[in-house]
Design a protein around this ligand. Structure first.
Ligand SMILES: Nc1ncnc2c1ncn2[C@@H]1O[C@H](COP(=O)(O)OP(=O)(O)OP(=O)(O)O)[C@@H](O)[C@H]1O
Length: 359
């Protein structure tokens, strides 16, 4: 276990603790403004007579499956169980495939990153139990809408359907974390479906484009015999559509929503830009609930992965270009060495060697 963790973290460090992937959603017709070289991690988008090339850590063409994507992100998810603060964000314009990538469909092969991550976490937690680790998982599903955080299960304004009984509490206030028991994959999956239907109840297509949804998992573990504790977190974020104000033709309430989205996405851009330029001050908490919430993962402490969802539709070319440019900004960021949150007898090299010998 110790040796796996060591190798895994070394590999992650080499790959970079902030990474950018790009996924192209399937086009309904043969028309496509994008071409992809998966081996080179390259996306090409000719626009207004200019060839625009972008390089990312991984690129996924139109035929890539949900499983293909998860195979590439599962190590990140694993890091949360090892005591890191981990975030995974889907960024892109409305309809580019963010929700499909994060949540996906109900059939097994269509399931997205959130249900697959929960499955992996629960399987690993069961394995770790055999090694003496007891895990406590506390989960929540939040929406950030017009700079207001709403718990999709606790808020009185949510539709009347009861929360699944396995799930005790899903509050936004986490200190101390509520005693939540995630029993099985199927119960978790019904929780996710339930939460999504809460969003759906408020008109999914309309609303999901205009709010950020965040699946949050707090992970606490202890090893009684060794007197060690460990704490990590996982944030899986489906960001609001990134289209520009000019294109949205918004007025009234819609204008306010669009401005609020623009403000929070540009706050995210500012944070990334400050990190990329290695500025002393990174504006995590200025004007944005989103960056405030993600600070532990986006600081040098954590690990982050941004998945750019891109539409190959010709009429979306300019929006797609904006998304790829945002990805380019992230690709220039370095988060530094992530910190593992473990207390108790130090996991020094010596200790890990001992562990390796033990195991
Ligand atoms: N890789 C894919 N394979 C098959 N269908 C996809 C894929 N990506 C997206 N779709 C489909 O395209 C449609 C739009 O995708 P989705 O809802 O995920 O977009 P979105 O970026 O989340 O938009 P919004 O910002 O409005 O929430 C959905 O019907 C979805 O099922």
């Amino acid at each position: 276990m110790a040796s796996r963790r060591k190798i895994h973290n070394e590999l992650q460090e080499v790959k970079g603790n902030i990474r950018t992937f790009c996924r192209i959603r399937p086009a309904s017709s043969k028309e496509s403004c994008l071409s992809v070289d998966e081996d080179a991690g390259k996306v090409m988008l000719p626009y207004n007579g200019v060839d625009n090339d972008f390089r990312f850590d991984r690129c996924f063409g139109q035929t890539r499956t949900q499983l293909d994507i998860f195979e590439e992100v599962k190590d990140f998810v694993q890091s949360a169980l090892d005591g890191y603060n981990v975030s995974l964000l889907a960024y892109g314009q409305t309809g580019a495939g963010k929700t499909f990538t994060m949540l996906g469909g109900r059939e097994e092969e269509a399931m997205g990153i959130i249900p697959r991550s929960i499955n992996q976490i629960l399987e690993t937690v069961a394995e770790m139990k055999d090694n003496g680790w007891e895990y406590e998982l506390a989960a929540s599903f939040l929406e950030i809408y017009n700079e207001t955080i709403r718990d999709l299960l606790c808020d009185a304004k949510t539709p009347a359907a009861p929360a699944p009984s396995f799930f005790f509490c899903c509050c936004c206030c986490w200190t101390p974390p509520p005693p939540v028991l995630l029993l099985s994959f199927s119960s978790c999956f019904s929780f996710i479906c339930y939460s999504s239907s809460v969003v759906q109840g408020t008109d999914m297509n309309e609303r999901s484009s205009r709010s950020h949804t965040v699946f949050q998992l707090r992970i606490n573990a202890k090893h009684e015999q060794r007197g060690q504790t460990l704490r990590g977190s996982l944030h899986l974020v489906d960001l609001a559509g990134s289209e520009r104000l000019a294109k949205s033709n918004a007025t009234g309430d819609r204008l306010k929503e669009t401005q609020s989205i623009n403000k929070s996405l540009s706050a995210l851009g500012d944070v990334m830009s400050a990190i990329a330029k290695k500025q002393a001050h990174v504006p995590y908490s200025r004007n944005s609930k989103l960056t405030f919430l993600l600070q532990p993962c986006l600081s040098g402490d954590g690990k982050a992965l941004v998945i750019l969802a891109a539409s190959p539709v010709e009429s979306s070319a300019h929006e797609t270009l904006c998304s790829l440019r945002f990805g380019n900004l992230i690709a220039q960021c370095e988060l530094g060495k992530a910190t593992r949150h473990v207390t108790g007898p130090a996991m020094t090299g010596k200790r890990e060697e001992e562990e390796e010998r033990e195991e």
